[in-house]
Design a protein around this ligand. Structure first.
Ligand SMILES: [Zn+2]
Length: 293
């Protein structure tokens, strides 16, 4: 009798474990398919084989899903340097700016192919619901780039919005960090602890750098220009409150014929992060010295 009971228990545990493994495998396969389909929709250069390999490696942080429960997956590649810098990329924060989706995909494919100097983490579609609806805002009609919990959010975010004609495209929401997509972005900042953040947009045709004063490396495709920052924006949240530099890429509306210009930009970022955080670290060090004197 005892033996039968043990056998029964063993069989039950075995079945439970098999179901668990099957469910996990199924979840990973679903995510791979979602990644391949979602990233496959963007125009421009793409290598299906590299994309397939990259999508097989994407993962999702807990809590990372949109209002409509679409997974906000990410791709990561470790850098080969002894102490690599950590670069975090957010693409498609605004759902009606689809060019960044092509660049996010291109970078992921490129990272899959090469061995990078620095460690990169790319979230290629932060606002999938806005992408599906062709809106700048998310499903709750909130501009994610005004919903980050900056210190001045409660005092200024809605006030600033009201003062600037209450443009529905820039509605910051009713509370700071209220949106699941922003919660996801914040958990990436916490989890990955980036040295440098890149945010990809269209169509203003500039590179806007929120970081220490430096002479930026030359890059012909987009001119360097400061656009300013706002209550609830990623730039204000990260650089002005946390000293993590942010590069906002504002692409042209039309993508270039050849994407090697974006490969070059990846290289420029690799150089910038090295140079820039060097200067930054030095500044921080000087501040520490002066505060102890
Ligand atoms: Zn934008």
């Amino acid at each position: 009798m005892k033996r039968i009971l043990v056998l029964f228990l063993f069989g039950f545990l075995n079945m439970f474990f098999s179901i668990h493994v099957w469910a996990q495998t199924q979840k990973a396969l679903d995510l791979e398919k979602t990644c391949f389909e979602m990233l496959g929709q963007f125009k421009g250069a793409s290598n299906k084989e590299l994309l397939g390999r990259a999508c097989a490696r994407v993962t999702v942080l807990d809590q990372c899903q949109s209002v409509n429960k679409v997974p906000l997956f990410h791709f990561q590649k470790e850098g080969y340097l002894k102490i690599p810098k950590r670069i975090l990329v957010f693409s498609l924060i605004h759902g009606d700016e689809i060019g960044p989706g092509s660049v996010g995909r291109y970078w992921i494919e490129n990272l899959e192919r090469i061995s990078p100097r620095n460690t990169w983490r790319v979230i290629p579609i932060l606002n999938p619901d806005g992408l599906a609806l062709k809106t700048r805002t998310n499903l709750n009609q909130i501009d994610l780039n005004r919903n980050f919990p900056t210190k001045d959010w409660s005092d200024s975010a809605q006030l600033y919005w009201k003062k600037t004609n209450m443009n529905p495209r820039r509605f910051p929401g009713k509370a700071a960090g209220s949106e699941p997509e922003v919660v996801c972005a914040l958990s990436h900042i916490q989890d990955f602890s980036p040295d440098f953040v890149v945010s990809i947009h269209t169509p203003l045709h500039v590179l806007d750098f929120d970081g220490p004063q430096i002479r930026p490396p030359k890059y012909d495709y987009l001119p360097w220009k400061s656009l300013g920052h706002f209550p609830g924006s990623l730039g204000r949240y990260l650089w002005f409150e946390r000293e993590t530099p942010v590069l906002t890429m504002e692409l042209k509306q039309e993508l270039p014929q050849k994407f090697d210009t974006f490969e070059k930009l990846q290289d420029v970022i690799g150089t910038l992060v090295k140079f820039e955080t060097g200067v930054h670290a030095k500044q921080k060090h000087l501040n520490e010295i002066s505060s102890t004197q």
